[in-house]
Design a protein around this ligand. Structure first.
Ligand SMILES: Cc1cc2nc3c(=O)[nH]c(=O)nc-3n(C[C@H](O)[C@H](O)[C@H](O)COP(=O)(O)OP(=O)(O)OC[C@H]3O[C@@H](n4cnc5c(N)ncnc54)[C@H](O)[C@@H]3O)c2cc1C
Length: 506
């Protein structure tokens, strides 16, 4: 059965030669680096839960290509039920790790590429879809961890790729060869790439004629010649190197261990190229990816919020505020916001529809609504957690204060609240809340899967304003009513309008 164990995942990474710079230094092997270890441990959970019989239905499924049992993270959505189970899987993993588990970008990129390669073939008579299916079968068989790389540096934000002063601000093909292409550029904010097997590179924007070199989608092994990762910094990341109780989310990462990925003239063989110059299909590729991805946040951030609500509720017990009705109401507010976004994610999945290639797309306007709400709810949930946990989140002493006998007595004495809880428990829970409501976490909720503005533009386009105006007109001016009822005659006064009346069934 093609399901890797957590150890097999780690060993397979160790056997790769991923070129990564962390803290400005080239590291020998990402697996042995303490900055990456929590992120690897987080992904390992996705592999571990797939082997647990109680989670098998959520974490695994049957490949539509081979009929084999595969990880849901390598699956092409075959039904609305698949979309729902994906959201349930994300909530489960969010609960298990309290953070981002990194494999969703690759999953949605796989699905977007599957759908668009089919549509390009229909349009242009190319053979991308069959090529992509072979690659997909390989990913499923090996149960690979994939990063999805769409976001280009973008340079001057008001200019298209072809108008940039520096043409490398968007990943592009710099050489077409008989056996493949050479790509150059970078993708930013890349979640999990540094501990992935493969990077699925997709265009990050719609393109116009003259921009064919930017219309490139391909799969690149994370250790391919010319691929370089430059690891990002996160709030309080150096605490992970110190050990002790100040770390926060001690065993798992904070968001997805993002990195800049540089493609320094990387050769990609033809069998790994899935779009090459077909500008007309890039906007749809971005759109498909973004729609699936935006719905995800109701699942993963729901799971993360469950852990945060748990930590906050525990803090209220430690502070002995838990019986206060105002405190309970604030916890209710956190729950309400969490379940609202989860419900929209499930709803958008339940209303999924079939694409031309046969796979299933989530309902677009609901998916965008999920993500738009996330850009607010995660902040509001964090705000309530800060409110309930108290100012010590920002002022508590470091762990070394507990080790120094000259002061540790005072630190313990003056941080003790409910005597049933050891003071160290208050510190550990407080550090978790501090860590998981940090700038890094909040910004992920804001910008991951696209800035709030991107959802607003999409929703305005999808909302069918003209259709809504027609609905309003029909309700206000319509006359298609049951005959004989004592309804008021709106035409009886001089103030009535002069619009021509239309029957509903005209
Ligand atoms: C934690 C995290 C993980 C991520 N993971 C991935 C990943 O794995 N793969 C991936 O491909 N991407 C990833 N992203 C990238 C994410 O999709 C982008 O951050 C998002 O699309 C916004 O792009 P940007 O950060 O480049 O914003 P910028 O382009 O710098 O924009 C900043 C602000 O300016 C506004 N703005 C920019 N241009 C315009 C315009 N023309 N008109 C109006 N407003 C404008 C935006 O709305 C935004 O609010 C991740 C981001 C984060 C924070």
């Amino acid at each position: 059965m093609p399901l890797k164990t957590p150890m097999e995942y780690v060993d397979s990474l160790r056997n790769m030669k991923i070129r990564a710079y962390i803290g400005g230094e080239l590291v020998e092997n990402v697996v042995d680096d303490p900055s990456v270890a929590p992120h690897i441990n987080t992904v390992a959970k996705t592999y571990e839960l797939a082997h647990m019989p109680e989670h098998a239905d959520i974490m695994t499924t049957t490949s539509h290509l081979t009929g084999e049992r595969i990880h849901r993270y390598t699956h092409i959505f075959q039904s609305s039920d698949d979309l729902i189970k994906k959201i349930q899987m994300l909530r489960l993993l969010g609960q298990a790790t309290g953070t981002c588990f990194q494999r969703c970008v690759g999953l949605d990129a796989l699905n977007a590429m599957y759908a668009v390669s089919y549509e390009v073939d229909q349009d242009k008579g190319t053979d991308y879809h069959e090529r992509f299916k072979k690659y997909l079968a390989y990913v499923q068989r090996e149960d690979l961890m994939l990063a999805g790389a769409m976001t280009d540096p973008k340079g001057h934000r008001a200019k298209k790729p072809s108008q940039q002063e520096d043409p490398d601000q968007f990943v592009r093909v710099v050489e077409q060869r008989p056996d493949g292409v050479v790509i150059r550029g970078a993708k930013l904010h890349n979640t999990g790439g540094i501990n992935s097997h493969e990077i699925l590179v997709l265009p990050g924007t719609g393109l116009v004629p003259g921009e064919e070199q930017y219309a490139i989608a391909c799969a690149v092994p994370a250790d391919a010649e010319g691929v370089v990762f430059i690891f990002g910094r996160q709030s309080n990341d150096s605490r992970k190197l110190e050990g002790g109780c100040d770390i926060g989310n001690t065993r798992f990462g904070v968001v997805g261990g993002e990195a800049m990925v540089v493609f320094d003239d990387v050769f990609v063989p033809t069998e790994r190229v899935f779009l090459n110059g077909e500008i007309e299909h890039c906007a749809q590729l971005v759109n498909y990816f973004a729609t699936w991805h935006r719905a995800n946040y109701g699942g993963c951030k729901g799971g993360n919020a469950d852990v945060l609500i748990g930590a906050t509720a525990k803090m209220t017990r430690i502070l002995c505020t838990d019986r206060n009705s105002i405190v309970k109401d604030k916890l209710f507010e956190m729950i309400h916001r969490t379940e609202t976004t989860f419900a929209s994610a499930i709803g958008s999945s339940a209303l999924g529809y079939q694409l031309p290639c046969g796979s299933f797309m989530t309902d677009p306007i609901l998916a965008n609504t999920v993500k738009q709400n996330i850009t607010r709810n995660v902040y509001e949930i964090g705000r309530l957690s800060h409110d309930l946990a108290g100012g010590f989140l920002a002022t508590m002493p470091d762990s070394k204060a507990f080790d120094n006998p000259e002061i540790s007595g005072w630190v313990r004495k003056y941080h003790t609240a409910n005597p049933e809880y050891d003071v160290m428990e208050r510190i550990r829970v407080g550090r978790y809340i501090e860590n998981m409501t940090s700038v890094t976490t909040m910004v992920e909720a804001m910008h991951g899967a696209g800035s709030p503005q991107a959802q607003r533009i999409a929703m305005l386009g999808q909302a069918d304003i003209e259709g809504k105006i027609r609905m309003a007109d029909e309700v206000i001016y319509g006359t298609n009513d049951v005959p004989g009822l004592a309804l008021p005659d709106v035409n009886s006064t001089a103030a009535s309008d002069e619009r021509p009346r239309k029957k509903l069934d005209d």
